[in-house]
Design a binder for this molecule. Sequence first.
Ligand SMILES: Cc1cc2nc3c(=O)[nH]c(=O)nc-3n(C[C@H](O)[C@H](O)[C@H](O)COP(=O)(O)O)c2cc1C
Length: 196
Amino acid sequence: MSTVLLVLAHPNPDSLNGATATSIEKALTERGHEVRMKDLYRTGFDPILSFRDFGAWQEGKVPDDVAKEQQDIAWADALVFVYPIWWHERPAILKGWIDRTFTKGFAWDFDDTGRVGKLKGKKAFVAATYGSPESIYNELDVDMENLFSSVEKGTLAFCGIQETQFVDEFGVLMQERETNEKYLKRATEAAVAFLN
Ligand SMILES: Cc1cc2nc3c(=O)[nH]c(=O)nc-3n(C[C@H](O)[C@H](O)[C@H](O)COP(=O)(O)O)c2cc1C
């Protein structure tokens, strides 16, 4: 059984993404995993990396609110992220949570040999929805093979997290509710399989 930190980045818990996070939390808990749900819009965590973070970092410390988040990250065998795609990326609140919590010395470092991924051994699962259908991305000549590279490579692999899975759904603003419910089910089943 795993310890799972489930991070939701959506302002509305009743949205498709909110429902997906709730469904994943329930399914994982039912299978005996220990799940901590972190609904970023409700935790009150300030996602803006400000001057105080830099000051603390230079002194080799982190602010108390960051240290608290890092305890949850350190505790988890697996990180699960659930979010809508906003401007081709994670919502800013999630990006900011990562900016502030994946600090040098905690999540990564440099040594004589180069980069050290300090979150090595953890797994990460990502479920994300696109409002637009895939055809719009094709029209824009987007590299569909590397949609998640900033998350997969630039964040997770950089910090040593190699075992990852991404589940996504296009066109959620245009398609039938039943189709979106199928996505919710698919994402939940994939999360369960990933953590087994
Ligand atoms: C600020 C903002 C930016 C968005 N950017 C994108 C985008 O780049 N690509 C896309 O396909 N959809 C985009 N969308 C649509 C969201 O992805 C869509 O509303 C979401 O996936 C629907 O899930 P929900 O019902 O859980 O909110 C954007 C929506 C917002 C509010």
